[in-house]
Write a protein that binds this ligand. Structure first.
Ligand SMILES: NC(=O)C1=CN([C@@H]2O[C@H](COP(=O)(O)OP(=O)(O)OC[C@H]3O[C@@H](n4cnc5c(N)ncnc54)[C@H](OP(=O)(O)O)[C@@H]3O)[C@@H](O)[C@H]2O)C=CC1
Ligand SMILES: CC[C@](O)(C(C)=O)C(=O)O
Length: 329
């Protein structure tokens, strides 16, 4: 697998071009500012009135409608919520697409699951940072970058890969490394990662650990520190140096407990369920469920979100974090 760095990704394909960032949210605010700081000409398509419209103005942009931004731009990055993308694309972006323009995505969902069908004469690429938008900005400002996946879905101009690489450079990702993939691989692995491990798996593990300690009579504050607070510090070690660095830093007692008890918890049954989760993604069942959930006004999403946000660990966590003055609110 080839990894692309700064020397492989000149910015020239974006020279003299205008990049539209449609949606000034988590990813949008980071891509827009990083590209501008890299010398690119950036316009913002952000619906008016809300906090992100205001934020774009505070950051020195003149936000306009998605339609006006798509009309003005050569390269159009779609960074509105996945569930709104087909509507925004059909109503505001499609009328302004023509040969020579490039459509960019940060996640393959709508292309891979056929919710957006671009005309054949435009380039369609993906530049998907492997991290939350706020870190895409923070790492860039620190002189680094969040790694990214790139992919080419349509190469009408013959320049699609070069454009994607230039874009990845503009947001800082080639400082860390950019891997080429397909829309299918990015979509399936990204959904699996966020469901089974990063968001779904970890959150469920935290809640189960906390509940186990509370049900055994331990203090909520102690349970919070053990099951949520310290997790960040352990993950930092994993991020910096893998299991080896984590093992080096934790006590031998902790390491022995990790090696002998961890596999008892995440055993064959968990892996079996992970496989089912992956199959639901691969067969389009998750996509169908999420699309229909949105069409129905998200009744399950809101009910489940409320349940999790009302979990007792949230109350104790908020109180304890309130005492940590250095934490960003
Ligand atoms: N969050 C992340 O870190 C990651 C996200 N991605 C992908 O990036 C894309 C964007 O996600 P994310 O940054 O989380 O999205 P956010 O929800 O953070 O931001 C979406 C933005 O789009 C705006 N918007 C919605 N509708 C319109 C419209 N009609 N016209 C103009 N602007 C509109 C929203 O405005 P308003 O504020 O008014 O709602 C908001 O500012 C998705 O494809 C996602 O899968 C990929 C990797 C990581
Ligand atoms: C882990 C969640 C993520 O996939 C991400 C930040 O990469 C997302 O879509 O937000």
């Amino acid at each position: 697998m080839r990894v692309f760095y700064e020397q492989d990704a000149p910015l020239e394909p974006l020279a003299g071009k205008t990049v539209a960032i449609i949606g000034y949210g988590s990813q949008g605010h980071a891509h827009a500012q990083n590209l501008r700081d890299s010398g690119c000409n950036v316009v913002i398509g952000q619906r008016a009135g809300g906090e992100n419209w205001q934020l774009a103005k505070e950051h020195g942009f003149e936000p306009m409608s998605a339609a006006d931004a798509a009309k003005a731009a050569d390269v159009i990055q779609i960074l509105v919520q996945d569930q709104y993308q087909p509507k925004v694309y059909n109503e505001e972006v499609l009328p302004h697409l023509k040969a020579g323009k490039t459509l960019v995505f940060a996640h393959g969902f709508n292309i891979h699951f056929n919710q957006i069908l671009p005309p054949k004469d435009v380039d369609v690429v993906m530049v998907a940072p492997k991290g939350p938008g706020h870190l895409v900005r923070r790492e860039y400002e620190r002189g680094g970058g969040v790694p990214a996946l790139i992919a080419v879905h349509q190469d009408a101009s013959g320049q699609a890969l070069a454009t994607a690489l230039a874009y990845a450079r503009g947001i800082g990702s080639t400082r860390s490394g950019v891997l080429q993939t397909t829309f299918q691989e990015e979509t399936e692995t990204d959904l699996f990662g966020e469901q089974a491990v990063l968001c779904g798996g970890v959150s469920a593990l935290i809640r189960a650990g906390y509940e186990t300690l509370i049900e055994a009579g331990y203090q909520p504050e102690v349970a919070y520190f053990e099951c949520m607070h310290e997790l960040k510090l352990i993950v930092d070690l994993l991020y910096e140096g893998g299991f080896k660095k984590m093992h080096h830093s934790i006590s031998d007692t902790a390491e022995y407990g990790d090696l002998t008890r961890g596999p008892r918890l995440v055993d064959g049954r968990v892996k079996q369920e992970m496989k089912r989760v992956l199959e639901e993604i691969q067969q389009g069942h998750f996509a169908r469920e999420w699309i229909l959930e949105n069409q129905a006004g998200r009744p399950s999403f809101y009910a489940l979100r409320r349940q999790v946000e009302e979990h007792p660990i949230e109350e104790v966590g908020e109180r304890l974090r309130g005492m940590m003055a250095w934490l960003k609110k």
